[in-house]
Design a protein around this ligand. Structure first.
Ligand code: NAD
Length: 501
């Protein structure tokens, strides 16, 4: 019998993106395999050497040049985002503006945050001058999601570049065009460092290749399930990993809150971007006294909102076709386990659009309360008091963002301090997203590590500690030549001091 080797199936070299609203094809992109990803990392490493050698002020100037160029290209970039995600043009433009805020902050602050800093030495090292400095890691791999295809990955890309690294970026397979455009704008604005930011395109296999490519850190944004897989790959080579994952953000509303402001913010936080926001509002805990009134105001605002493909629609289609089934399952599960629909219901789901759904009395253990819905659905549950609201908000596997609506900002901040969430807004929703100096990130299924702010710059560095001996101390304890009795006296002296202080 002759053995035949089956011919390997030809690997698709390209994939095509489609408009979430119409299903029309947008563009074809390459499926970058391991060789292309590795080549991008090698090129990035070469470009990084020159970038890291620049004085911080020159990196700042180059990044600000890129920022100004992006601002000039705002309409083009926003169009690419809107086309690939289906979100309204105004939302896409807002995403670009928020990204520019962050890029500007990272560029202007990296020098100050990361520069060499002297530290005190303590008793045993008075003869030393001690300092630390944050140095770039080298090449950072960034894997991004589709829901904010510019703002979210730039929380890693902009900060990693500002810290002196090169970046290889793998955007979501739903939004590769935005990623490609981003790298093109960098090369055009900073031609002397072309290749410092490279975009590789493809789906899971390209992301997997990036995780295996020898990058010095991998910054991942996406679902907790994928984060676990990518982290397992990074574990094989001890590649440091940063995980920005999903959320199930709660809004707590106290009896003295401004209910109009709370309802307005809840509706926007739950429905904007079709609910496809990691730190979007999915759960509301309102105290008994105001629960009915709040529900009425939420419904009144939400019932006039209709998703659509038009530029002036309040929100667009579901970007990921498969997410529609998740939303459908959560709504059905909630209603079959005792929840009441105050607005909409299963009939709200008309793929690719989902009209607003407002639920109440949703059991805490139902999928709609326990899992990330990522759709325009909000549960407004009643609680006895603030203590119960805090307990329920904290009982989720997710801990990303949260909000508190309260009569006084000070009391709201005290409630915020009791929440596990990584970022909390008092008397607004998502207030933290527009403040570049504030770190962002979560815990448990929301991931770990921080992007944005000073922590977000340091996240893409390694710290080196240095001591420089200023003079030879009378007793050199780090020498075999020190007499035992002298060492004993030094130890007893230190002991006596520590017992008193
Ligand atoms: P996803 O987990 O499906 O994919 C994320 C990225 O991982 C994509 O680029 C994808 O191609 C890539 N990927 C998939 N499998 C991979 C593998 N095996 N190896 C390497 N890469 C792989 O997530 P998504 O649907 O694109 O994004 C939505 C999720 O992102 C939601 O959970 C949302 O809450 C979360 N998110 C979080 C933040 C945040 O900052 N915390 C921001 C935006 C979105």
């Amino acid at each position: 019998m002759t053995e035949t080797t089956p011919a390997a199936a030809p690997r698709a070299a390209t994939f095509t993106t489609h408009s979430p609203a119409t299903g029309e094809p947008i563009a074809a992109h390459r499926v970058n395999g391991p060789e292309e990803v590795s080549a991008a990392v090698v090129r990035a490493r070469a470009a990084q050497a020159g970038w890291a050698a620049l004085p911080a002020s020159r990196r700042r100037d180059a990044l600000l040049r890129w920022k100004r160029a992006l601002a000039g290209d705002l309409d083009t970039v926003a169009r690419a985002i809107a086309e690939e995600t289906g979100k309204p043009a105004g939302d896409a433009a807002l995403e670009v503006v928020l990204t520019l805020e962050h890029l500007g902050w990272a560029a202007r602050n990296a020098g100050r945050v990361l520069r060499r800093r002297r530290v005190g030495t303590g008793l045993f090292a008075v003869h030393q001058r001690a300092s630390l400095v944050h140095r770039p890691l080298g090449v950072v791999g960034v894997i991004g999601p589709w829901n904010y295809p510019l703002y979210t990955p730039m929380g890693s890309i902009g900060y990693a570049l500002a810290a002196g690294n090169a970046v290889v970026f793998k955007p979501s397979e739903l939004t590769p065009g935005t990623g490609v455009l981003l790298a093109e704008t960098f090369d055009a604005a900073v031609p002397a460092h072309a290749g410092l930011l490279t975009t590789v395109t493809g789906a899971a296999s390209t992301g997997d290749a990036l995780a295996r490519s020898g990058v010095d850190k991998l910054a991942f944004t996406g679902s907790p399930g994928t984060a676990r897989k990518v982290m397992a790959v990074c574990a094989e080579t001890l590649t440091p990993f940063l995980a920005e994952c999903g959320g199930k953000d709660a809004v707590l509303v106290t009896a003295d809150a401004d209910l109009d402001a709370a309802a307005d913010a809840i509706v926007w936080g739950a429905l904007s971007n079709a609910g496809q926001t990691c730190a979007g509002v999915e759960r509301v805990y309102a105290v008994r006294e105001i629960h009915a009134e709040l529900c009425e105001r939420v419904v009144r605002r939400a019932e006039s909102l209709r998703p659509g493909a038009e530029a002036d629609a309040p929100y667009g289609p579901m970007t990921l076709p498969g997410q529609v089934a998740v939303v459908e399952r959560h709504v059905a599960d909630a209603l079959s386990s005792g929840a009441r629909a105050l607005l909409g219901g299963p009939e709200s789901v008309r793929a690719p659009f989902v009209a607003p759904v407002v639920l109440t009395g949703v059991p805490e253990d139902s999928a709609a309360m326990a899992e990330e819905t990522f759709g325009p659905v909000v549960a407004v549950n009643q609680v006895a008091d603030v203590d119960e609201a805090v307990e329920r908000a904290n009982s989720s596997r997710y801990a990303l963002g949260a909000a508190v609506f309260c009569g006084s900002g000070r009391a709201g901040a005290a409630i915020a301090a009791r929440l596990r969430a990584g970022a909390v807004s008092v008397n607004s929703v998502l207030g933290f997203a527009a403040v570049p100096a504030l770190p962002f990130g979560g815990a448990q299924d929301s991931g770990f590590g921080r992007i944005h702010g000073e922590e977000g710059l340091r996240a893409f560095t390694s710290v080196q500690s240095t001591t420089v001996q200023r003079f030879t101390p009378p007793v050199v304890l780090t020498s075999f030549g020190v007499p035992a009795a002298t060492r004993e006296r030094a130890i007893r002296l230190a002991q006596a001091l520590h017992r008193r202080r």
